[in-house]
Write a protein that binds this ligand. Structure first.
Ligand code: SAM
Length: 278
């Protein structure tokens, strides 16, 4: 649980965030680093716009019948298409971030049924993009974020006809995991994209990740969730997040992504986190 000092600092920071959601990202300009691409390339005032994002996937003919999904033309590559409402007014999560697109592309490539029979939980979902893709791939998905983002996520679920597969919940890192009976306390897959940017939240995100992933035990063979964590390096301070994360998790770079070289050049890493045993 967050200590009192962290909570006080956080509430002050949150007031400033409400006035200027992107201020942390711009504040990085005070560092001596190259911050030319800190804020994703989108128009400065994004209000209630709808964009369409497509991700290549592969499907068997059984998938196509089951999903009522017909490729555009014979022999064309299948695609997962997401209509996304973007709106920067509820906070920086209201627009699509680069690591979210990388993670969406990676999971889509694994196939149209790759999330079938899996419970999936996304942290810091923002618009919900990654979780919506997981829903299109058959997952039983929860997308989560702070309260101001819930409305845009709900609208995106409806716009993509995913109400039966993708549910929305408030999950503020560092606070207890929601206690709805069907909320996955130990999901099969945990997804997080572009969630490392605000220093006071670093320990809270690590705490939530640690609560969701059981410590492996030698005596009990708990299935470990797959944790896919996509991150764009922006500031030197990000190192502090990884120093905290290291106490609870180890990680490896995802090696089977054909785009790996492309996004590495943009300082994006796709990591698979593994819970440390005690
Ligand atoms: C840079 S945005 C990334 C959004 C989305 N994952 C994407 O890739 O487009 C970071 C997200 O983390 C959420 N976030 C920040 N602090 C949080 C906290 N303490 N608890 C839950 N979510 C938080 C923000 O509201 C925002 O939606």
């Amino acid at each position: 649980m967050a200590d009192v000092q962290t909570c006080t600092l956080l509430s002050e920071e949150e007031k400033l965030d409400a006035l200027d959601p992107l201020r942390h990202l711009r504040a990085a300009a005070d560092d001596t680093e190259d911050v030319s691409d800190i804020v994703p390339a989108q128009r400065p005032s994004i209000l209630n716009q709808t964009v369409e994002l497509a991700f290549s996937t592969v499907s068997t003919s059984a998938d196509r019948i089951e999903n009522n999904h017909v490729p555009e033309e014979r022999g064309s590559e299948d695609r997962v298409v997401i209509k996304l409402m973007v709106d920067a007014s509820p906070g920086c999560g209201g627009v699509a971030w680069p690591a979210g697109e990388v993670l969406s592309r990676y999971i889509a490539r694994r196939g149209l049924s790759s999330m079938k029979r899996k419970t999936v939980l996304e942290l810091g979902s923002g618009t919900g993009l990654v979780g919506l893709v997981a829903g299109k791939l058959g997952g039983d998905v929860w997308i989560t974020d702070q309260a101001p983002l819930l409305d845009i996520m709900r609208r995106n679920v409806i716009m993509n006809d995913l109400s039966e597969r993708v549910r929305v919940a408030e999950l503020d890192w560092g606070t207890p995991i929601p206690f709805f009976s069907d909320f996955p306390r130990h999901p099969d897959v945990i997804l997080a994209a572009d969630c490392v940017y605000f220093e006071p939240a670093f320990p809270l995100l690590v705490q939530t990740l640690a609560e969701l992933v059981p410590v492996p035990s030698l005596s009990v063979t708990d299935a470990q969730p797959e944790v896919l964590f996509c991150y764009k390096k922006r500031r030197k301070a990000d190192k502090r997040f990884f120093a905290l994360l290291k106490k609870e998790f180890s990680w490896t770079e995802v090696a089977d992504d054909p785009d790996h070289e492309v996004y590495t050049r943009e300082a994006i890493s796709l990591l698979r986190l593994i819970r440390r045993s005690r």
